[in-house]
Ligand binder design. Structure first.
Ligand code: NAI
Length: 331
């Protein structure tokens, strides 16, 4: 009998790999490498025929150069900024993503966090638990009725569209900025398109980020961008950490320019203890303590979504190993 293929799960998954084995069982051996940095992959990934990569490590040129027989790197997720896909293409290694496992969950999280900020839910909970202030709505004055307010969606892809639909259901006036979308999405969805990010920022009570991390979008929201938002507005980021320069957030909250912010994703995950954003968020005397929500890159997560992604990544590997047509290749 010929030697079975080898598939490795580089990071993040730390269990018996039951879903992966169910799909790949008879054709491949599957191993979880549980890497926390790219260096952890050295000596363990070189012989893999397919690599499943989550978001805790990056695969750069130095690793790709050592892959001897890899037929596919599959990013278990949507964004693929943590793999050098251009260099992989030079070596004839396709990189694929799984675009459709958690779009609704991320949109639910984004809108949920916006509601928690804009309805004062987070602020009341945080202050009352700490025994601060009166047992009264007055702690959050002024809150604005959401109906009719502008929700700005940056990036009208799968998740941005799902967020826009949710915003519409709340009666919000949804605008989007997405320079890569052809015309017509505004008409199809009954939302407004703006041509520049500044136009969106200038009118949005809440801005929700749903673009990928690229050279163009890195720090696309910085102190200057936040200054262009209306005083007392909200910022939600469930896209990629580096899309927002989070160093600007504590001061923006302290000055009231932002009435609140919600951050599911950070530039470095897990973040260092001295990350200025987290220092302000932990400090009971900083206004960010009550007005900033931080989540651990969990917006995608539901049991159903996690199972979807594990099965779909395994199916992608199976197709590659059996020489069948690949799907969702990005390079
Ligand atoms: P998508 O590819 O369907 O949509 C991205 C949209 O952003 C596209 O319409 C694209 O035209 C647009 N875009 C590209 N450059 C832009 C720019 N400079 N300005 C404005 N828009 C721009 O991707 P999907 O599925 O909607 O995911 C969006 C992002 O969400 C992903 O790139 C990923 O980084 C992030 N994500 C986060 C998760 C989490 O758990 N927090 C889970 C899944 C995805």
């Amino acid at each position: 009998m010929s030697e079975p293929y080898q598939v490795v799960v580089a990071d993040f998954i730390d269990d018996e790999l039951q879903p992966e084995r169910q799909v790949l069982g008879e054709i491949a051996r599957v191993a979880a490498l549980r890497a926390h940095s790219e260096d952890d992959l050295a000596g363990r990934i070189e012989q893999a025929h397919a690599v499943i990569l989550y978001h805790e490590v990056s695969i750069t040129r130095q690793t790709i150069e050592r892959l001897e027989r890899c037929k596919l790197i599959v990013r278990a997720g949507v964004g693929f900024d943590n793999v050098d896909h251009r260099f992989a293409r030079q070596r004839d290694i396709p990189v694929a993503t799984v675009p459709d496992y958690g779009s609704e969950e991320v949109a639910d999280s984004a809108i949920g966090m916006m509601l928690a900020l804009a309805r004062g839910v987070h602020l009341f909970n945080s202050r009352l638990r700490a025994g601060q202030g009166p047992w009264s709505y007055s702690q959050a004055v002024p809150l604005t009725r959401l109906r009719g307010q502008v929700l700005g969606v940056v990036g009208l892809g799968r998740i941005g569209t799902a967020a826009a639909l949710r915003g519409k259901a709340l009666g919000m006036d949804v605008v989007f900025y997405d320079p890569l979308k052809p015309d017509g999405y505004d008409k199809a969805q009954g939302i407004r398109r703006v041509e520049t990010l500044d136009e969106l920022l200038g009118q949005s009570l809440a801005v929700t980020m749903h673009c990928p991390l690229t050279d163009e979008t890195r720090h696309i929201i910085d102190a200057a961008a936040i200054a262009r938002m209306p005083h007392g507005s909200y910022l939600v980021n469930t896209s990629r950490g580096a899309v927002v320069d989070t160093r600007a957030i504590p001061d923006a909250i302290a000055s009231g320019q932002l009435a609140g912010a919600a951050i599911d994703v950070l530039e470095h995950e897990p973040p260092p203890d001295d990350d200025p954003l987290l220092v302000a968020w932990r400090d009971p005397d900083h206004p960010a303590h009550d007005r900033l929500i931080v989540n651990p890159h969990s917006a995608f997560y539901s049991e159903e979504g996690l199972m979807d992604i594990r099965v779909k990544t395994s199916e992608a590997c199976r197709r590659a190993l059996l020489g069948q047509p690949l799907r969702n290749v990005v390079n």
